[in-house]
Design a protein around this ligand. Sequence first.
Ligand code: FHN
Length: 450
Amino acid sequence: MTGESTVSRRHFVAASALAIPALRGLDPRLVIATSEERMAWWREARFGLFLHWGLYSVLAGTWKGDEKWAEWIRNNAHIPVEEYDTLLTQWNPHAWDPDAWAAAAQRAGMRYAVLTTKHHDGFALFDSKVSEFDVMNTPSKRDICRDWSKAFRKRGIRVGWYHSIMDWHHPDYLPRRDWEKDSRPIGDARFSRYVDYLHAQVDELLSNYGTIDVMWFDGQWESTWSHELAQALDARIRTKQPKIIINNRIDGSGAPKDGGLGDYGTPEQEIPATGTPGKDWESCITMNDNWGFKSQDHNWKSPRRLIEILVETASKGGNLLLNIGPLADGRWPPEAEERMRAIAEWMQVHGDTIHGTTASLFTKATRFRSTTAKRRVHLFVTDWQGGALVLSGLQTTPTSATLRLAGGRKERLAVEQHEEGYAVVLPAMAPGTLLPVITLQFAETPVIAA
Ligand code: FHN
């Protein structure tokens, strides 16, 4: 039986089990949740934290005086594997406080978090019985994934594992990097043995750390990783954790164009122009220009820009996974901490305009973005000018328009009929907030013409 029919059959059986009350007596842990069930919390969440942390953080982007790298440093600076392995002796996150990370994420309104358990360099942030290249073979001997998942769960934040399929360290991973083909000959390398290793580590991650909410695969693009291998891994994961969500980067070469695996799409460093209607998606975006910590990367997005990015993804019906690359010692860059505080301050007043919302109903808006929450529409005024803010296409009369002020205060604004629909009358001065928000309340579900 091909992987595909096994997978679809398993999903079908699971779905039908749910549909047939008698079968609902099955151990719920064994029945693979339907997509709608799996995705419900994720769609409500809208906002998560991405963390790229590993041996590359020790180098902070610099190798032999060259300061232009980040998490790809071993490959891009052509560091021989034996030399890179010596970094194990330098991994010691003595300043790490996982609860402080979790508390900052909670205050910022991040409902889930995804940590690199193993990036392309192959270094495992968890105690792996199938690898010596892990945190247990460093001076710290601290299982990062254990303490991180406990701290984030304790703060009510759902836990996701980033895991790279591509592995520059494991001798059986193929293809080799071009630049090291001579220094690391293929020898008796067998990719099938690497797949067994990949399965073993994914099993560890899904067996030893409680309920995992997201598997965030990456490094799936090389020819050795096929659609069939992806199907087998997908089925294995869903059997172990039936409610887990898996991103689309599990799928490999040969994936069907429209039917690839994965519960959601993962546009990177961009926000799709119109979202991807009918398909869940999450934009992963860095606060500066790099995923892993790079001491020379000073191109930090402003707090206002980061809020605009969050609002834009939510207004298009997507999620934002915002990245921080921690320092090797476990601290966050001060610029990242400053931005997390600013986001927290805004989200503490406006979090309900992001969480649990759906895409904007407006198609012609230029001076604002919006999100929808049943009988409420939230307007994020990106171009504040005193006077009429025209709501083109709105056909339902709002019962109120409220400007949200700091400290939870609110100011009622006048709403006027307008040839294009309605208009909210804005005061000359914008309120002192990163991005002003006006909430429209309706007595019924609002109708907005496209
Ligand atoms: O190569 C990786 C990169 O280092 C980083 O992890 C990003 C995050 O989405 N993913 C890959 C590039 O697409």
